[in-house]
Structure formats: structure tokens, C-alpha cells
Design a protein. Structure first.
Length: 600
């Protein structure tokens, strides 16, 4: 289709004397007959309330939309367009390539392909050059903007997209989705219901749906030399999921960025955003991070299943003995509980489970996190922002002025944060936090190495919980087998007692009854995608600070000595708890040996 005829487009001229664009108020007075007094009153209102002069005059009915569009066009030295083409005359591929959410949010609409290959686009704000850059990326072509009245643009958007997707049914669906000019509704529409979207949008939606279906925790979109590869992280292990031709890279990335509210024109700097969608009936929060690479931008999406926030301590694999000790710790009025382990070991889930256990209207619970992964009802959560000097230490210091009962600090990284946390615990607050160490005893020495006085560590800490995540055998295909004597000894079990079925362990949620002297072996089936495992559970090492451990802390003893003393006091180590989970049919010997290779 060709562009609309010239008589439908009015080309404006610059200021007759200076050659520079005039002020909008002057143009409205000269072109539209607006009285100078009305402009002055609108300017005074703008100084008081803020906003755009044109919108204020429009609201006060001193000018109409078409007149304002004409003056904005002349000011920006762009053409203005009053009569937009009919919806059926707009090329379907242009409508298909521009998401309706984007079009309505920014009030823009592609109209026609010009002879030079560019696309004529109707816009309402000629100063928003970033939007023009975004449109050029989405359409894969240069753009020729024309300024139009907002009502006319929105009317054309509704008609064009309704024609493309099936008439009045779409308008009803968009109304449900909340995609009107005033922003998004709180109600989310399941992406599985949006079957008439453009190809790229459908591809990205299917990517998210498949990730949720397969219980992925992360989606990695990685551009290569010849194609785009998508990998899912499932139960801690990466596997390839999809490939797409190289030419669709920019469209895929642009779609994800639009969903996350990121700048699609910025490709040189890392960006972070969030997506919230309903997928297969579940509300899923997603953290999005982009990073420039040699082959283009890569995107990592962390899926946060809101339903998993409801997990309690019993649901994350703690045995009855650990549950009793943990509940005794977290119900104390003051002190510090540290959860230790490497990245990806489930520390945040454990902290949230602790908070869920004690959360009640009688407690004032505050958290400072990096980032806030899940939003917990009844708990005030703050995300750190180093750019404005909102760090763990500054957030923690501020919290102490808000009369908290319980404080959760995402991580103790430095001496200042550790000192404030200890002072908070000594003045009647209970503090939850994490440190990166391989075992529980290492958390004590880490604090001392940060420069904290040993007597403060000994008097404030009440317990340290080290943990790892191990994969659970698929319930559909796992089979019991008799392990070798060597495998049993590696787990720290006595082969004679094991084969006789003499080991009895505290009740643990998710345990399975196995024939005496057997363990489960991962096999693989369609239910577990032929991996042999489905889901994960935790193994734990809970170190309680008794008198002997406190004396060793005061003497600045090494982590090995503290660990030995704790074991003498019946502490269950990570490998011992892993062995219990093997006997209970909750994991396999291979998993336990792999994740406890360093912790022991």
C-alpha cells in the first residue's frame, strides 16, 4: 500500500523570523486562537501541579486534540495527519510485528510502507524519540513519524488489531487483560488463553509455558553465531530446550524486554527488570537480566513460583529432630540464626520458610534483600540499591528505628553489616541472615575473620544451618537396588547394619518405604524427561551453640575444631543427613556424594 495522499498531510514551517521552532503556547495562540490569558493560567497550573502544557489546555477545553496535534507537529517540524487510513488498508504484517500492549501504552500505530522502505508511523508525542527507536527495532525498518490526535490513534489501534485477531472477541479479551490507555489492570490473563498473538509473541509465550511445565528455575536465551539457543535449568542442571534462527534474535529479545519494561534500544549495557504473568493457572514472577556478549545480548529469566512461598520447614525436607531444634531457635525473642551454603543451595527458601512459620499480626517483621524474590503477606520487604547507598548495612540500621521484632538480612557481606546485626540481636531483636561458607562451623570463623570480636559472636549467635539441595528420584521410574559396600561406607553407614535394615531415622516428610538394604536408583522416563530425577529436597547440618562451642569461639579456634566439638555433641553433618535421606528413599547415593564432596 502507498502512503496517504499529500492533501491529508499538513507540513508545518519553522518560525518565520528565527527559523527555530516556536514555543507551544505561542503556536496555540497564533494557529488555534487560544487566548493569551488562558495560556498564562495553564502555565500557572503547570507550575503548581506539573504535567504538560498541551494536556492542561486540553483538559480545560481551550483547545481540541486535532489543534494540539497540529501545533505539536509544527513545533517538532514534523508532518501532522488528521485522517488516518482505514484499518483494512494497513498492512497486516506491520500490525503483526508490533505488540498491542506497546502500541496502546505509547499510543503509536504503523500506517503504511513508504516507497523508500521506511514505515509511516502515527505518534502522539513527537518528543519521545526512544519510542521511535523501539518501533524501528520491532518493525525492522526506518520510521517516518506523523503526529496525530490520541483518540484517533487509539481508535485505529483497536480496529486494526480487532480485524487481525477476530473482531469483537479480541476487544472483549483486551478489556479483560486491562490493556487500555490508563495502564494494566491487576487481573492477569493466562498466556495460554492468548492464542491469536503474533508469531514472536507466541514463541516467547510457549517458551515461558514450557519452562513452567518442566519446573525450570531459569531460562537462558543465548545468541550464537548461527542461531539462538534456549536452555532451561531444571533441578539445578542445565539442558537445551529450543533453538531459533539467528534473524529472529532481535525480535525475541525485544519482546522479552517489552514484557520486562526494559529499554529495547539499549544493547550496550546490562539491564534488570521484572515480569509477572499467569501461566497455566499459576501466577509466576520472573526476574529478567540482560548482558551484552560477543554474539549479541543474552537474557536470563529467573522464574519465581509464587506458590512455593507457602512452604514450611517440614516441606523443605527437614527431619523431625531438625524441626524441633529449628522451631525452638526461631521462636526465641533475640539472637542470630545464620544459614550457610553456596549460591543456589536454597538458603532464601529456608529463610522464607522460617518467616512463614513465625509470621503473625503480633510480630513486626522487616527484611532487606538483594533482590526481593517473593513478596510475603504481612511482612515489610526492602530491596537494596547500592546506587543510592541503600545497602544491607544502611537498610538494617534504618530498620532499628521502626521497632522491629524480627529482621531478615539477605546476606552478611562485610563487617559493618555484621556489627549492626549483632547489636540488633543483643538489644532484643531476632535476626535471620546468610553467609557463604561450606559448612556451619565456617560461619563462626567467617564472622571472626570479618573483624567481629569473638565474645560478640559467641553471645549473639544461637545457631547455624548449613544446607545443600539434592535431586529426588523420579517416583514413576526409580527402582530399588542393592548398593555396593563401598558406596555404603562412603555415606558413613555401617554395611552390616544397613543391609540388615537396622537404621531407623526420625520421621521426614516425603520419605518412601524401601526394602531393607536397598537404595533408589535413577532410571529415566517421559515423566522426568529421561533424567531420572524430579524435584529437589534439602540436606541440613544444624550447629547449636553450646558452652563448648562458645569457649572455642572465644579462643578463636579454627572451623575444624568447632565442627568436631559439635559432632561430639550429636550434630548431624551434611553427609550424615544425606545418608539418612538415601535410606529414606528421598535421594540417591550419587547425589549426596556429589553435593557433599567439600562439606563432608
Amino acid at each position: 500500500m502507498t502512503a496517504p495522499s499529500d492533501d491529508a498531510t499538513t507540513t508545518m514551517q519553522p518560525h518565520p523570523h528565527t527559523g527555530a521552532p516556536q514555543l507551544l503556547g505561542e503556536l496555540l495562540i497564533a494557529r488555534c486562537g487560544v487566548r493569551p490569558d488562558d495560556v498564562d493560567r495553564a502555565l500557572a497550573k503547570q507550575r503548581e501541579e506539573g504535567g504538560l502544557l498541551g494536556e492542561i489546555l486540553l483538559r480545560l477545553k481551550h483547545v481540541d486534540e486535532d489543534q494540539l496535534a497540529l501545533c505539536l507537529a509544527e513545533q517538532a517540524e514534523m508532518p501532522a495527519l488528521r485522517d488516518l487510513p482505514r484499518a483494512e488498508d494497513i498492512p497486516a504484517d506491520l500490525v503483526d510485528d508490533l505488540p498491542i500492549n506497546f502500541a496502546k501504552q505509547h499510543r503509536v500505530m504503523p500506517l503504511a510502507r513508504l516507497a523508500d522502505g521506511r514505515v509511516q508511523v502515527a505518534i502522539t508525542d513527537p518528543t519521545d524519540l526512544d519510542v521511535l527507536d523501539d518501533i524501528a527495532v520491532l518493525l525492522g525498518a526506518g520510521v517516518e513519524p506523523v503526529v496525530c490526535a490520541p483518540t484517533r490513534v487509539l481508535e485505529t489501534i483497536n480496529k486494526a488489531y480487532a480485524r487481525l485477531r477476530g473482531g469483537a472477541e479480541l476487544q472483549h479479551k483486551e478489556k479483560e487483560e486491562g490493556d487500555d490507555e490508563f495502564g494494566e489492570s491487576e487481573e492477569l490473563v493466562d498466556i495460554l488463553d492468548l492464542t491469536d498473538e503474533a508469531p514472536i509473541i507466541r514463541w516467547v509465550n510457549s517458551l515461558l509455558f514450557q519452562a513452567v511445565k518442566e519446573r525450570a528455575s531459569d531460562i537462558h536465551i543465548e545468541p550464537g553465531e548461527k542461531d539462538v539457543m534456549v536452555r532451561y535449568r531444571i533441578d539445578g542442571v542445565l539442558r537445551e530446550a529450543k533453538h531459533a534462527p539467528k534473524q529472529f534474535t532481535s525480535s525475541i529479545l525485544a519482546r522479552v524486554k517489552i514484557m520486562a519494561g526494559l529499554n529495547i534500544a539499549e544493547k550496550r549495557l546490562p539491564q534488570d527488570g521484572r515480569i509477572r504473568r499467569k501461566i497455566a493457572g499459576k501466577e509466576v514472577d520472573m526476574r529478567v537480566a540482560t548482558a551484552p556478549t560477543a554474539n549479541g545480548e543474552r537474557v536470563t529469566i529467573r522464574l519465581l513460583d509464587r506458590s512455593s512461598v507457602l512452604l514450611g520447614l517440614a516441606d523443605i525436607g527437614m527431619g523431625a529432630d531438625h524441626l524441633v531444634s529449628m522451631r525452638a531457635i526461631i521462636e526465641r525473642p533475640h539472637g542470630i540464626l545464620l544459614v550457610t551454603g553456596p549460591t543456589g543451595s536454597g538458603k532464601t527458601t529456608t529463610l522464607y520458610a522460617c518467616l512463614s512459620e513465625i509470621n503473625s499480626p503480633e510480630l513486626n517483621i522487616l527484611t532487606v534483600e538483594d533482590p526481593v524474590e517473593y513478596q510475603l503477606e504481612g511482612i515489610s520487604q526492602t530491596q537494596i540499591n547500592p546506587k543510592i547507598d541503600l545497602t544491607f548495612s544502611t537498610g538494617l540500621r534504618s530498620f532499628l528505628r521502626h521497632d522491629p521484632d524480627v529482621i531478615m538480612v539477605g546476606e552478611i557481606r562485610d563487617r559493618e553489616t555484621a556489627e549492626i546485626a549483632i547489636q540488633a540481636s543483643l538489644t532484643g531483636h531476632f535476626v535471620f541472615s546468610t553467609v557463604h561458607t561450606n559448612d556451619a562451623a565456617g560461619g563462626i570463623t567467617r564472622l571472626v575473620e570479618m573483624g567481629i570480636e569473638p565474645f560478640l559472636v559467641a553471645s549473639s549467635l544461637v545457631g547455624l544451618l548449613a544446607q545443600r539441595l539434592v535431586r529426588r528420584p523420579c517416583p514413576e521410574c526409580a527402582r530399588p537396588v542393592r548398593p555396593s559396600e563401598q558406596a555404603v561406607r562412603q555415606l558413613g553407614l555401617d554395611p552390616e547394619r544397613f543391609y540388615a535394615g537396622a537404621y531407623q531415622f526420625p520421621e521426614t516428610k516425603g520419605a518412601r518405604m524401601l526394602p531393607p538394604g536397598t537404595v533408589l536408583q535413577a532410571v529415566g522416563c517421559p515423566s522426568c524427561l529421561d533424567v531420572g530425577y524430579r524435584g529437589r529436597t534439602g540436606i541440613y547440618e544444624l550447629l547449636m551453640l553450646d558452652d563448648k562451642v562458645r569457649r572455642l569461639t572465644l579462643d578463636k579456634a579454627d572451623a575444624g575444631s568447632i565442627r568436631s566439638a559439635a559432632i561430639e555433641n550429636q550434630m548431624v553433618t551434611l553427609r550424615m543427613d544425606g545418608a539418612r535421606k538415601v535410606v529414606l528413599g528421598m535421594t540417591t547415593p550419587e547425589e549426596v556424594m556429589m553435593v557433599t564432596a567439600e562439606a563432608g
